[in-house]
Write a new protein. Sequence first.
Length: 266
Amino acid sequence: MIQFAGQLFPEALPAAAPLTAASVLLCLVWGLVRSRPVVAARQEFRRPNMAVTVGPGDLFDQPAHLVVGFSDTFDTDVRDGLVISDASVQGQMLARRYGGDAARLDEELAAALRAVGPVARESREEKPHGKLARYPVGTVAVLGTRPRLVFAVAYSRIGNDLVARSSTEELWLSLNRVWDAVYRHGQLDRVALPLIGSGLSRLHGLDEESLLRLILLSFITRSRERMICRELRVVLRPAELARIDLAEVSAFLRVLAADVGRAGTA
């Protein structure tokens, strides 16, 4: 750009040597800026007015409603890690939002699920540990009070062998049900969620970055129909962050924002 300007206005610019040095310096600065690691991806959208942020952090420190994944039995027992791992997001929620009081969490779940009703019930002989009532995949139990609700979504099925399994189709369905619940109860406030599906649900068809893109695409697709919330935050754990290229995520979000903008003006 500077060299082009120099061709048009040679008297207005310094001599060639300083000009060349300035050009090289600008290129070096630009290269350094471009090579800096992306620590978080953030994209503003105009139709509707909202933002999407992806980056590291502590999910339970977020000033936001939370989305937490459950199995179709809404099990909560973390004793000995037999049914639910205490290292899972669900186990951390029990410890940090409920002070380890599983009975209180179970009471809130029962109240939230009262209007749904189970679709099946296991016998104690078939499922020796955990809860017996099964709810449809995609069921969302809204827990707690504003301004920090928890949207507990059953996106996987836990077998009687206590192994949770899910699929891309079940995750997509469950995410759509979450956005519906957030629309009804969230009052457009910020929502934070982990990388749902990356843990013990055996959703092996997608790597972490593909899983993240699916979550983002689901949210933005539904937001084109109606505004879900003013900001969605996807909070990544260190192991997930190491396997996700946030620069690529930023580019993906820019493309989605441009597509939404074009759709809004069509």
